[in-house]
Design a protein around this ligand. Structure first.
Ligand code: COA
Length: 260
């Protein structure tokens, strides 16, 4: 696949997707959204890819937000469409059945923070900075930030950041549960890839059913979620890898998974 603003590397079933616009701190413009849309549709059907990492090019930023130059010229109708399109693409990322890990390597502001929030797991470097500074532009977050941040860290804490536009650092992100690990900048990609490779060694369908079922908390009440868990639990029993995993355990040998 050919891209203008993304770099894609696929190795050992792990796709590393780099937002590549470092001169603008990887700010998200319409080209990037359209390319993210295409690449996540490709991941869905690709036998080559089991786990996805998203990061930003350069030393300074994961993504410093939506492209303010693009925003500056829009009217209300165009802005609503832009927001809906961004939300749709981030839903596609969150809705990926293959695990998506954000490797946040610097500024994750505005749309960058929202992109990280749409990923299933977030790791960051010790120099990462998070925030929803849209208020300073006379705006509110428009790619899911008003919804995903309150759900992740609670409404009061999220509103503190959204209303003040204050930036929070890697330690605070860890304390709040926004990221699950913090690494030295030089170690971030190695450690993230190490974890991604571990996931890639697991049976594909069990990975998918786990992500789908955990994601369902966004749409289902607990009772429905438990029913859904029972359904996806049952579906695992139809896979060859379930037979292999349980048989290998009983035969005291290592399983050989085939992602079937
Ligand atoms: N949209 C468009 N361009 C952006 C951008 C954004 N969200 N964030 C950074 N850039 C551009 C800058 O305009 C600058 O371009 P230039 O070299 O052509 O002037 C380049 O990226 C480097 O940014 P700069 O501001 O010079 O870097 P800095 O180290 O001084 O500051 C930030 C870094 C992240 C603090 C600052 O760029 C910033 O506040 N960005 C906007 C963050 C934001 O409000 N995001 C939410 C948008 S809805």
């Amino acid at each position: 696949m050919e891209f203008t603003s993304l770099l894609l590397n696929i190795e050992n079933s792990v796709a590393t997707l780099t937002i590549n616009r470092p001169d603008k701190l990887n700010a998200l413009n319409s080209v990037i959204f359209s390319e993210l849309d295409s690449v996540f549709k490709f991941f869905k059907n690709s036998d080559e890819v089991k786990v996805i990492i998203i990061t930003g090019a350069g030393e300074k930023a994961f993504v410093a937000g939506a492209d303010i130059k693009e925003l500056n010229t829009l009217n209300a109708v165009q802005a609503k469409t832009l927001s809906e399109n961004g939300q749709r693409v981030f839903d596609l990322i969150e809705g990926s059945e293959k695990p998506v890990i954000a490797a946040v390597n610097g500024f994750a502001l505005g749309g960058g923070c929202e992109l990280a929030l749409a990923c299933h797991i977030r790791y960051c470097s010790s120099n990462a900075k998070f925030g929803q500074p849209e208020i300073n532009l006379g705006l509110i977050p428009g790619y899911g930030g008003t919804q995903r941040l309150p759900r992740l860290i609670n409404t009061g804490r999220a509103l503190e950041f959204i209303l003040s536009g204050d930036i929070f650092d890697a330690n605070e992100a860890f304390r709040l549960g926004v990221v699950s690990r913090v690494f030295e900048p030089s170690e971030l990609m190695t450690k993230t890839k190490e974890f991604a490779l571990k996931l890639a060694s697991k049976p594909l369908h069990a990975l998918r059913f786990n992500v789908k079922t955990a994601n369902s908390i966004n749409n289902l009440h607990l009772t429905q979620g438990l029913q859904y868990e029972a359904v996806t639990f049952g579906m695992c029993f139809e896979t060859e890898d379930f037979k292999e995993g349980t048989t290998a355990f009983l035969e005291k040998r290592k399983p050989v998974f085939k992602d079937k």
